[in-house]
Write a new protein. Structure first.
Length: 364
């Protein structure tokens, strides 16, 4: 990542520094020892509780809503699986803890990691040492824009799906087409940062396991240069395999072969990254995302319904055969191959996307 130049504008440097300040509250950037689950109630503002599909969310007291705790539902994983995920996450946090000195010295690699990924500051453990939650910074203010919904204006998070079809009219527009609001340079700038985030996560020994519209935010300090901010990435899913979590894969973007095999791997992240690349930069029409999710029977049988979205994304890529360089087309085609072993790494995909973005003349 040292060669990555996606945040070199002065306003981006300031934004990056502000993000780092979120981590500087309550001690070091990251802490490798866990918070015990029975200590959580003394840390959080109970009145701030929000409940979602995965669990509960609370702001930490006296942090001006800059830090929060997310508690997972106990039923999302068996006790032994929670312990395994905690060990995976602890290993990644130990690696990240070594970056504190380099960050203070101005190393761009460390700055980028903490600005592309919502890295947890600490994790929450149950009585057996299993992963039960995360202490996380809240998303940067640049991920929110003013929007008017049902006659009321308020700050709303900008998500990756808004780039494709801005039905909420929230994005600073660069074109007159509501289904294609950004210029090509801006699209590739965003996709470059998204690929950088996932490749960096893999190099920490973790995979995301849910690269869906809910988990990719868009940073808008400059509408000509949007960047990704990836949340829900540190749930303890390892690049070494064993990630059998079918429920997490049944979102708006998934890899059908992973569903059929019953395991999520780094290659699945690569497939889902490429799904977004095709729909944002080539088709500007996410038909596949609007299809109903496959049923359990579809998954077991591996029938046409399971692979319908795959059909749409491969047909969408075909539209780019004459509009993107042949070398980029080739690696995108490889990244959508059904067999996981036949796909390139996230880093190789990132190199290709980064080179193509620079070809647009924006190397800032």
């Amino acid at each position: 990542m040292n060669s990555y130049r996606g945040f070199r504008r002065p306003e981006r440097v300031t934004e990056m520094a502000n993000t780092i300040q979120h981590y500087s509250q309550r001690g070091p950037l990251v802490i490798t020892t866990p918070i015990k689950i029975d200590q959580v109630s003394s840390l959080v503002d109970e009145s701030s509780q929000k409940v979602g599909g995965q669990g509960a969310f609370f702001y930490i007291k006296d942090t001006n809503k800059r830090l929060a705790i997310k508690i997972f539902k106990a039923e999302t994983a068996e006790p032994t699986e929670r312990v395994r995920r905690a060990r995976n996450l602890e290993s990644a946090l130990k690696t990240l803890s070594t970056l504190q000195a380099t960050l203070q010295a101005g190393d761009p690699t460390a700055f980028l990691l903490f600005n592309l990924l919502n890295i947890p500051k600490q994790y929450i453990a149950d009585s057996n040492g299993g992963l039960m939650g995360l202490l996380i910074p809240t998303a940067p203010s640049s991920c929110y824009l003013d929007a008017e919904i049902m006659g009321r204006r308020s700050k709303k998070p900008v998500r990756i799906g808004d780039i494709i079809s801005d039905e909420r009219h929230i994005i600073p527009r660069q074109t007159s087409n509501s289904n294609d609001p950004l210029l090509p340079t801006a699209k590739w700038s965003f996709l470059d940062s998204l690929c950088q985030a996932v490749a960096s996560l893999h190099e920490l020994g973790l995979i995301h396991a849910d690269i869906s519209s809910n988990n990719i935010l868009v940073r808008w300090s400059d509408s000509k240069d949007p960047k990704a901010y990836v949340i829900d990435a540190f749930n303890g899913f390892s690049t070494t395999g064993g990630n059998k979590a079918l429920g997490r894969m049944r979102s708006d973007v998934f890899c059908p072969r992973s569903l059929q095999l019953g395991e999520y791997t780094a290659a699945t992240d690569v497939y889902c990254l490429t799904w977004w690349i095709v729909h944002i930069a080539i088709t500007a029409n996410p038909i596949g995302a609007k299809l109903p999710p496959p049923s359990t029977r579809d998954i077991v049988e591996g029938n046409d319904n399971l692979y319908l979205r795959h059909k749409y994304v491969t047909e969408g890529l075909e539209l780019g055969r004459n509009t993107i360089p042949s070398w980029l087309y080739s690696i995108l085609e490889e990244s959508l191959r059904l067999e996981p072993a036949d796909r390139p790494s996230a880093r190789d995909l990132t190199y290709a996307v980064h080179d193509h973005w620079l070809n647009y003349g924006d190397s800032r």
